[in-house]
Design a protein. Structure first.
Length: 362
């Protein structure tokens, strides 16, 4: 079948944004179907078209990761992505404008373009017809972190270790989703409740906090335990959103590089809350505008910076309640400490080979 339609249509080109070229899916003399990353949970799949004013023109549809997975696994064809893209946006771009950093300017396509049958892929074109490998594209969204394990491991140990990773994964993913332009209002309200409701009655319920965050992770975003080899030495593969797995790796590096300094900040903040009888204080009974709140806020900012966390995002999620922010930072530090304990025992190491962020779910 012919993928590249041939029709001339004048189009005024107002460049409004950029996306990053990730890879080519179909190549016939030149790229025919390409894949772009547009940030957050936005991917653009583009088909080559011929249009006046474009050297190597493409029409792109903005989809999400879930749609991409359905397409990759051949549950839907390419035409479906263009008819019903998740984010209801279509773009024009010119491969001749590809910059050194692999970004390309985008122009919003008008309805008479993205509904034009001459530009849309034909029915029945599935991922099996790709001519190029998808490895690079897959790992831009979903990745694998390989942990090298040694010593004795029983099922309870593996479950506990996975739980420690999952706490951190859900925490980072929750903050990332709150900041995403593609997260719905209802989803953001759910995240706000997770960061606030557990503190209303008996201090701060850390177990419920992390549990609620896990409950807000979409099925297509969830952490999963992949391949396991339990012999000594062996390995465990943990699969999830690539950028969130990378955040866990970065957080661990920050923690281990300044273990003593972070512990000192933790002890100071915890001791102050204990001294002021605030550890069990519900957030709705805390004066978050007084001198105590301002002092805690100052310490929170210092602690968050040392931990490599975005204080502003957590502050927004808690309604600028410095007591809540402090308890979340303390809880996060404890989760990192418990995660690090497996490494301190000599039973776990991060794989430093190319497999550390390889692709992915099959």
């Amino acid at each position: 079948m012919s993928i590249r339609p041939r029709q001339l249509l004048p189009e005024k080109r107002w460049k409004t944004a950029k996306a990053k070229y990730v890879g080519t899916l179909v190549y016939l003399d030149e790229p025919q179907v390409v894949f772009l990353d547009h940030g957050d949970d936005a991917k653009i799949i583009g088909v080559a078209i011929e249009m006046e004013g474009f050297t190597y023109g493409f029409l792109g549809a903005e989809i999400d990761f879930k749609q991409w997975e359905r397409y990759r696994r051949q549950f839907v064809d390419l035409r479906y992505l263009f008819l019903l893209p998740r984010w209801r946006k279509w773009y024009l771009f010119d491969f001749a404008d590809l910059e050194e950093d692999k970004t390309v300017p985008l122009t919003k396509a008008k309805e008479d373009v993205y509904r034009n049958e001459e530009y849309l892929p034909a029915h029945g074109f599935f991922a099996r017809e790709h001519t190029e490998p998808m490895d690079e594209i897959i790992k831009t969204s979903f990745g694998t972190q390989k942990y090298l394990i040694d010593g004795n491991w029983d099922p309870a140990d593996l479950s506990l270790f996975f739980g420690r990773i999952n706490d951190l994964y859900s925490f980072f993913l929750g903050i990332r989703k709150f900041a995403s332009r593609h997260t719905t209002t209802d989803q953001k309200q759910g995240l706000i409740r997770a960061f606030t409701d557990n503190s209303l009655h008996s201090g701060f319920n850390y177990v419920n906090f992390f549990g609620d965050l896990k409950g807000l992770v979409g099925f297509d975003e969830r952490l999963a335990m992949g391949s396991i080899v339990k012999r000594s030495p062996g390995f465990v593969n943990v699969e999830g959103k690539a950028e969130t797995l990378a955040e866990i790796t970065n957080a661990f590096a920050v923690f281990t590089n300044d273990f003593e300094g972070l512990k000192t900040q933790y002890n100071h903040l915890h001791s102050y809350l204990h001294k002021m009888k605030l550890l069990k204080r519900a957030s709705d009974r805390f004066d978050h505008t007084g001198a105590v709140a301002k002092y805690i806020d100052e310490k929170n900012k210092e602690f968050a910076e040392s931990l490599g966390l975005d204080h502003g995002a957590i502050d927004k999620l808690t309604g600028s309640n410095s007591l809540l922010v402090a308890k979340i930072l303390l809880s996060y530090h404890r989760r990192l400490e418990r995660y690090q304990l497996f490494f301190a025992e000599g039973r776990v190491k991060l794989d430093d080979g190319s497999a550390a962020h390889s692709s992915s779910k099959s």
